[in-house]
Design a protein around this ligand. Structure first.
Ligand code: MRU
Length: 344
């Protein structure tokens, strides 16, 4: 791959600005925790695991700027930093998971502030590498479910760009290809932010995949004609019963897959599971700005003043999911027990 989602440096991070892809490969300098909040909120970085990793480095950047030797004051300052970053986006569980993990490292032991800041950097780097390892393990488990000769539909971008590297759903496809399987991919364009057209099509094309871009409303017709053998998507938050929040449109793809008797797979690391939420009903769905719907590349495409809805995610009920691929193995229904066992 010719890009990195995020590059840790000594006193900042470099972050690939995904809003400019595929036209431009430009790295933003993220120097403060407020920068980290902004790049997440404004979707320069997106995708649940990539958001989590960025947030972890954001906590470290916030810690660096706390100028006190008093551990109690330092931790109080850090809590404010964490609270701020967690509020950047509401749906991806990896965000609060990563921030809380960083906070736990800071609170543990009796270290002085300077030492804690060092520990926080090492933890963020650890979360970064752990994510890539998890994706590769997910790839190993998941590729066994994919048959050579298949065409697989994916929605949104659950690739290297959405993670620290390799990808979840696209990682499974990468592993299948590396195992010598002949795989074709159909990428939904994923309105309104076009993660499929701009990001998935771009990263798979660079990787030498046979990838075909379709608009979201074409998926059913492709299935009807027998052109798709399976679907695979990522996840932003998975409830205790397996209900899965992912990019809006995923629910429709899952229903279409069921109607056409196709397997519908979700690939996600354990950091995406939220056992505190019993079902998808409890998942907060982010509503994004209206302008994302009424403009394309900055150009107004709908009447001025039109009423608009823009939920960024939807929830696919667990009953439509054939299996959930994780770095610890593949979970099949009943999900409640499988998820409980997975998380220990
Ligand atoms: O709004 P986004 O682009 O952050 O949404 C991303 C998705 O919905 C992805 O499918 C999900 O985060 C999984 S990424 C491995």
């Amino acid at each position: 791959m010719s890009f990195y989602t995020l590059i840790p440096k000594k006193d900042h991070i470099l972050l690939l600005d995904q809003r400019l892809l595929p036209a431009k490969t430009h790295y933003l300098k993220v120097r403060t925790y407020r920068d980290a909040y902004d790049v997440i909120k404004k979707m320069a970085v997106r995708g649940a695991p990539a958001i989590g990793v960025t947030a972890a480095f954001g906590v470290w950047l916030g810690a660096r700027a706390i100028k006190t030797n008093d551990r109690r004051k330092y931790l109080a300052g850090l809590e404010k930093v964490c609270k701020h970053i967690i509020n950047a986006r509401p749906t991806a569980h990896n965000l609060s998971w990563a921030v809380n993990r960083m906070l736990a490292v800071a609170r543990s032991g009796t270290s002085a502030p300077l030492e804690i800041t060092g520990k926080l950097y090492r933890e963020a780097v650890h979360i970064y590498h752990e994510d890539i390892d998890a994706n590769k393990r997910m790839g190993d488990y998941g590729e066994r479910l994919i048959k050579s000769g298949w065409t697989v539909l994916t929605h949104c971008n659950a690739g290297a760009l959405a993670t620290a590297g390799y990808g979840t759903a696209l990682g499974v496809l990468r592993s299948a290809k590396d195992a010598g399987k002949k795989i074709k991919v159909f990428a939904d364009e994923t309105r309104p932010f076009l993660q499929g057209a701009r990001l998935t099509a771009w990263e798979l094309q660079q990787d030498g995949f046979d990838v075909t871009l379709i608009t979201d409303n074409m998926a059913g017709w492709m299935m009807k004609q027998g052109l798709i053998n399976a679907c695979i998507v990522g996840a932003d938050r998975i409830a205790a019963n397996g209900d899965t929040a992912n990019k809006v449109g995923t629910y429709g793809v899952a229903l279409l897959a069921r109607m056409h008797n196709l397997p519908f797979y979700v690939a996600a690391p354990s950091s995406t599971f939220d056992p505190t939420i019993p079902s998808g009903d409890g998942i907060i769905i982010e509503e994004r700005p209206q302008k994302e719907v009424v403009t394309i590349a900055g150009k107004q495409i709908a009447p001025m003043g039109i009423k608009v809805r823009n939920p960024a995610f939807d929830v696919t009920p667990a009953k439509y999911i054939t299996a959930i691929i994780t770095e610890r193995g593949v979970i099949i229904p009943p999900y409640k027990k499988g998820i409980k066992d997975l998380l220990g």
